[in-house]
Design a protein around this ligand. Structure first.
Ligand code: NAD
Length: 296
């Protein structure tokens, strides 16, 4: 078997088209454009790239955006005051603080200081808690993007064994919660693995759906999965590549060549989950502007 490709670029373009149309309708109805405030602390080059992709997508769909650049010397108190001002500013619909933060700042404290009604990343404990109990919430963008892909390709999850490798708060754990919920999409028997899991293969080999978000290139190889598995590779890793002008290539957490021979469906890296994350951020920002999740 050679897997069919789950085309994140295509589905992301469709999602962004939908959002663009919805933004147009929203503004034609007399509302102002949605506004996303990005907060970027320090000079991490990868964060610059991610923020660039997000602001370009905003422009494309008609969402206004601004990037507030703050020095990596900012104190926790100063940052909290800045976020508070944004929380109280009615012209700001969504607030995104780009992670990772400089080490002297606690991401838990910073995320919790954002008004959960403007938390378009879906990282605030209020949103995570509501997601866990099946209440309307901002869903974090990467897990929501994965579900959009499964929906688009009509890949069933009900009754399947889903294995998630990686247990971070922003990807692995929320994906495992969504998969295990007894909601319209979900209903999977879910196993979550992490770096302390003994004998990873024992789990991955029995997966009908395998989501990998570990940040380890080639962690999953063909011999670790069963025939017909659906593979969602979330990892984005830079590996040295002298054939590329940049000097590196982007690869996922799966050894694509061997895994694709066993899988029925697979997301490529790049061009799989990554573009969906940005598209779902656009969707969340529009929901925030419309106050759809938390009506006043
Ligand atoms: P993280 O470092 O916060 O968490 C990694 C998780 O993987 C941890 O739970 C850890 O225990 C587990 N892990 C690490 N090594 C392991 C191993 N050998 N076996 C089993 N589990 C292992 O990472 P994250 O923020 O969740 O990101 C994971 C990957 O996904 C990274 O490559 C990141 O760049 C990528 N990512 C992609 C997107 C996207 O839009 N496509 C979004 C977020 C993160």
């Amino acid at each position: 078997m050679s897997a069919k490709i789950i085309d994140g670029k295509k589905v992301s373009a469709l999602t962004r088209d939908e959002v663009r149309q919805d933004v147009e309708d929203w503004m034609e109805a007399g509302n102002r454009a949605p506004f996303l405030q990005v907060v970027l602390i320090g000079n991490d080059p990868a964060s610059d790239v991610y923020v660039g992709a997000k602001t370009r997508a905003c422009k494309e769909v008609g969402i206004e955006t601004d990037t507030m650049r703050l020095p990596d010397t900012i104190s926790a108190k100063e940052l909290k005051n800045t976020i508070n001002k944004l929380n109280n500013d009615d012209s700001v619909d969504g607030i995104l603080v780009q992670l990772p933060l400089p080490t002297h700042l606690s991401s838990h404290d910073v995320i919790e200081s954002i008004d959960y009604r403007k938390d378009v990343d879906g990282f605030h404990p209020m949103n995570v808690g509501r997601l866990t109990v099946g209440q309307p919430s901002f869903q974090s963008c990467t897990p929501a993007g994965i579900f959009e892909l499964l929906k688009h390709y009509s890949i069933p999850t009900k009754g399947k064994h889903a294995v998630v490798v990686g247990a971070s708060n922003i990807v692995g754990r929320p994906v495992s919660i969504l998969l295990s919920r007894e909601e319209s999409i979900g209903k999977a028997t879910t196993t979550i693995c992490h770096k302390y899991t003994k004998d990873l293969t024992q789990h991955t080999i029995s997966a009908d759906i395998l989501v990998v978000a570990a940040g380890q290139p080639s962690l999953i190889r063909g011999e670790m999965v069963k025939e017909g598995v659906v593979v969602i590779d979330v990892g984005i890793n830079r590996v040295a590549d002298e054939n590329k002008d940049k000097g590196y290539s982007l690869v996922g957490d799966c050894h694509f060549e061997s895994v694709k021979e066993k899988a029925s469906w697979i997301t490529p890296v790049p061009g799989g989950v990554g573009p969906m994350t940005v598209a779902m951020l656009m969707k969340n920002t529009l929901l925030a502007a419309k106050k759809s999740i938390y009506p006043e």
